[in-house]
Ligand binder design. Structure first.
Ligand code: NAD
Length: 268
């Protein structure tokens, strides 16, 4: 393994967002490229909306790029610009992975939710048949809700601080998963196997808790999407109650193979 010497032949796989200082993709992908001797580099571009729109059009003609990774707030405009979307990308109206085909077409997929579910499996927790609760159903939360239903949870509660957001998502999800029990209200903690904080509560030193874990079963899985800090006050509280704790960084790691495959890189 050696550092990639960036040359005129080096391909690019940028990540776009705003802000971007917190993103993990440059470290994760550049290490992957170095380990495999792939002549490619990932760097973060902080783009205003108008610049992101121009970037998305120009990457079609960027012949030394595999495509790009999108983070907040550019996932929705990326989905709208894609020529082809995975079913989940189309459902969510948001994508984080955009592959550039040789003819300049853009193909999008969304792996945030799959990463969260994969991280659960790495904890030995298979969601199929379980009772789950997702708190916050914005970009990440709706992707996680969708992925949990795809994985076959028996029931799913969803809530959001924004009035009507959980109900709107429920109405859309029941059409895609007609047999699932989906309730847009708080769940009794004692009945749950999986609880996910998909809101920004607890981020960047915020001492807040997204929900009171009182009554939760020891051994239930409590997951947080927040990556900074990895060990949020909520996860600390869950650990004290004997729960299995899953961090936002584990969710990032859980989707790496899917991300690499989307761009056509071989994974052992
Ligand atoms: P978003 O703004 O699209 O959604 C956040 C949602 O949380 C909103 O709908 C908001 O109303 C809701 N919310 C806020 N406070 C709440 C509360 N107290 N109770 C219930 N709902 C509440 O943001 P997003 O893109 O979904 O990102 C959310 C968090 O997820 C951020 O911290 C982001 O950094 C993180 N994230 C992590 C990963 C990962 O791989 N670990 C991936 C994407 C996003």
């Amino acid at each position: 393994m050696g550092r990639i010497e960036i040359s005129g032949a080096t391909a690019v796989l940028p990540i776009i967002g705003r802000p971007v200082a917190q993103v993990k993709a440059p470290m994760v992908f550049n290490r992957f490229f170095e380990e495999r001797n792939i002549d490619c580099v990932t760097t973060a571009l902080e783009l205003k909306d108008v610049a992101a729109d121009a970037f998305i059009q120009s990457i079609r003609g960027m012949t030394n790029s595999f495509g790009y990774i999108a983070t907040v707030p550019h996932k929705q405009r990326s989905a709208a610009a894609c020529d082809e979307l995975s079913d989940r990308g189309a459902f969510l109206g948001a994508v984080n992975l955009i592959r550039r085909e040789p003819d300049g077409r853009l193909v999008g997929d969304m792996t945030d939710g799959l990463g969260c579910v994969e991280a659960m499996r790495r904890h030995g927790q298979e969601p199929k048949g379980k009772a789950a609760f997702v708190i916050g159903v914005g970009g990440a939360g709706s992707a996680i809700a969708h992925a949990l239903l795809e994985a076959g949870v028996a029931s799913l509660n969803i809530v959001d601080a924004q009035t009507g957001r959980a109900e709107t998502l429920r109405d859309r999800l029941v059409k895609a998963f007609p047999k699932a029990i989906i309730d847009p209200k708080n769940a009794d903690m004692g009945t749950l196997d999986i609880v996910v904080n998909a809101s920004p509560v607890g981020m960047n030193g915020d001492p807040g808790m997204p929900a009171d874990l009182h009554g939760i079963k020891p051994g239930a899985l409590v997951a947080d999407v927040v990556t900074n800090p990895a060990d949020t006050p909520w996860l600390k509280s869950a650990r004290e109650k004997g729960c299995i704790c899953q961090t936002g960084l584990e969710m990032v790691a859980g989707q790496f193979d899917l991300m690499a495959r989307h761009f056509g890189f071989q994974i052992d």
